[in-house]
Design a protein around this ligand. Structure first.
Ligand SMILES: [Zn+2]
Length: 365
């Protein structure tokens, strides 16, 4: 009797869990798939069922006709609803004239000698900023997104969105050029924050770029008009600060779902941004458009099973999934657009949008 009851219970439970499985979104299944894959890989390596190098080549399944930009183009054309995630770093904004502010050799730091900084990076340290915000705003004056225009690469990302192919764009840049290029905020993750908004450090009152810009251009430290006390800090992520919640929340979902990852103009060294490349499924091709090859797995991480990184030039005859196209981001994006049959569209979009921005800034003057 009790056995019978148990069986019935089991039957009901099985039915119930079947229902739950059917109801759960495909999104969730994909997340689980990728977790399972991680566990499988971990166990296989720990139990030495396979050498890790063998495993890496096995996981490089044949998803591309050829490991080249043409292979990527074919892949996009064949996947009608291809979900593309793009990742970008400073390299996509250099042709817009934006200096690399994290590099002390950029010349920006020469104006700051009078402040006797303990070290150049102190400008982006919260403790230092609380004590002395002036050097930061002196630097910000040079960096303010004023007169800068988005690049062909930015407009290529917008085209991906217009074609319904962009799942999300992750950027390390704080220059707001993605917004200026017309990418809607919901498609954008500004991993290191943005100049676009700011907050009073004392009462948390929110401020917009236009308000902060006025003060900064006048050479003033922007002071909160609500509490009349706090300094208004742009929402860029300082050293030691947490990345925005939005970054963690969306990265957990997006990367497991992506059908293609395109990485542009990032040296892939700043964490946790750099390790996002490891979070796509093993069958997701990854295209790097950059001046040099970056993001490869180093020997130590490989031995420790820490991060996998990009794998170029695999010896496996089946070919890999990682493609490096070396050159500047604008040329790479023009080429990609051309091969996808959007070449003229991209050129027209850049021209039309640049004209619009020019006339807007002319009418402001
Ligand atoms: Zn305040």
């Amino acid at each position: 009797m009790s056995e019978h009851n148990n069986d019935t219970d089991k039957g009901e439970k099985a039915e119930k869990s079947n229902e739950e499985a059917t109801n759960s979104s495909s999104e969730q299944e994909e997340v689980e798939d990728s977790d399972m894959e991680k566990i499988r890989k971990y166990l296989a390596q720990k139990l030495r069922l396979v050498e890790s190098s063998d495993y890496d080549e096995q996981s490089q399944q044949k998803v591309l006709r050829e490991v080249s930009i043409d292979g990527i183009v074919d892949y996009i054309k064949q996947n009608e609803n291809c979900k593309i995630v793009t990742m970008a770093g400073a390299g996509i904004s250099t042709s817009a004239g934006i200096p690399d502010f994290r590099s002390p050799s950029s010349g920006l730091y020469h104006n700051l000698e009078k402040y006797n900084l303990p070290h150049p990076q102190a400008i982006f340290e919260l403790d230092f900023f609380m004590e002395n915000p002036e050097p930061f705003f002196t630097l910000a004056k040079e960096l303010l997104p004023e007169g800068f225009k988005p690049t062909p690469c930015h407009y290529f990302i917008r085209l991906l969105w217009e074609k319904g192919l962009l799942l999300r764009h992750y950027t390390q840049n704080i220059d707001t050029l993605e917004r200026m290029a017309g990418l809607p905020p919901e498609k954008l993750v500004e991993a290191h924050g943005t100049f676009y908004t700011g907050r009073c450090l004392k009462c948390r009152a929110p401020y917009m770029l236009s308000w902060m810009k006025e003060k900064i251009i006048e050479g003033l430290v922007p002071k909160c008009e609500e509490c009349n006390e706090g300094v208004v800090k742009p929402d860029i992520v300082f050293f030691g600060e947490m990345l925005p919640d939005r970054f963690h929340f969306l990265a957990d979902r997006d990367f497991a779902q992506a059908d293609l990852l395109i990485i542009m103009g990032s040296s892939l060294v700043v964490q946790p941004f750099a390790s996002l490349v490891d979070r796509v499924r093993p069958t997701c091709p990854r295209l790097l458009i950059n001046k040099e090859k970056v993001g490869m797995q180093d020997r130590l991480s490989r031995l420790l099973g820490l991060r996998h990184g990009l794998i170029f030039d695999t010896r496996n005859s089946h070919g890999g999934r990682d493609v490096a196209w070396l050159g500047d981001c604008d040329t790479g994006c023009h080429l990609l657009a051309e091969k996808l049959g959007w070449g003229e569209e991209l050129k027209d979009l850049v021209e039309k949008e640049h004209e619009r921005l020019d006339s807007e800034s002319a009418s402001k003057d």
